[in-house]
Unconditional design. Sequence first.
Length: 308
Amino acid sequence: MKPLLYLFKRKKAQNFQPVVLVTGCSSGIGLALAKLLYEHTEYRVVVTAREKSLDKVRNYFLDNERFIVRPLDVTSEADRIRLYNEIKKIWGGVDILINNAGVSYRSVVEHMTEKDEELQMATNYFGPMGMIRLALPHMRDTGRGKIINISSVSGMLAMPTMASYSASKYALEGASEALWYETRPFGVTITLVQPGFIHSNSFRNVYHTELSDPTRNWSGPYSDFYKNMTPFVERMMNLSLTTPEKIAKQVVKVMKKENPPLWHPATLDAVLFYYFRRLLPRRVLLPILYWLLPNAKNWSKDYSHRRR
Ligand SMILES: NC(=O)c1ccc[n+]([C@@H]2O[C@H](COP(=O)([O-])OP(=O)(O)OC[C@H]3O[C@@H](n4cnc5c(N)ncnc54)[C@H](OP(=O)(O)O)[C@@H]3O)[C@@H](O)[C@H]2O)c1
């Protein structure tokens, strides 16, 4: 009897064609992942983009019986609910949720406004949390599911001019860690894919605030931060050997693992920082990172009233 049951179970598992939902597929990692999943016929796939980028994504993919392109602005609750209801209607729900959409502000804390902070958090934290809340009931009901949140090295350590971005990824990391416990009894796994620097043009997509905007020619107390951090990040991205396509492949590997880990550092620098952070006390790590920043000890000297 037992072998028969095993065969029956195996057959059922083979017939299972998980429904994958990926957010933010108009460029970078999301687009690379969408292209990869277009070829992976073992999945039913929903790739999404904001209305403004939808035509671009539709130029790459034709809807078919297992692959569809849909609009989604992750910051809009109405959008999230409408999309999820449609998926529920056609395919029953989402089995693998990939929260990839994200934006990154480049600004010192003093130059952020409340509105800027809200948009940063709405995209990188509230949006993914909203998607998770929608997807979880189906995953619990079916006793399986995977949530993959694209985080960042910025969710492990923070750098100047990236405070708000880091805060959003730290928030995502914190909630994901709690979710690891909360989803465990139901057969649902959660993974934080943590890329570091990626060889891509994504730095062109960074958001600036009114005061951090490069077209203002950066002057004042924080100008050295912008003048040094912007080219530094671009340089590191250009030097990186990891492309969005390589990250996409790693995401697919995570999708295929029965028990993926909570943390998946996805680039060489991410692996190094992952261990540095764990092995070195913070009070040692911070001065090392400070020293690695280009000429940081001389930044803002002309504006400093620091008392000795
Ligand atoms: N590039 C890196 O070095 C790096 C490093 C670590 C982590 N990451 C993370 O990796 C993820 C993907 O980034 P990427 O490098 O591929 O950047 P990207 O090329 O700028 O892609 C970001 C995607 O998110 C979408 N998006 C932005 N706001 C959205 C919203 N409100 N609703 C729906 N989609 C939205 C963008 O679509 P639109 O066309 O609509 O703007 C775009 O498709 C992000 O979570 C990012 O934080 C990137």
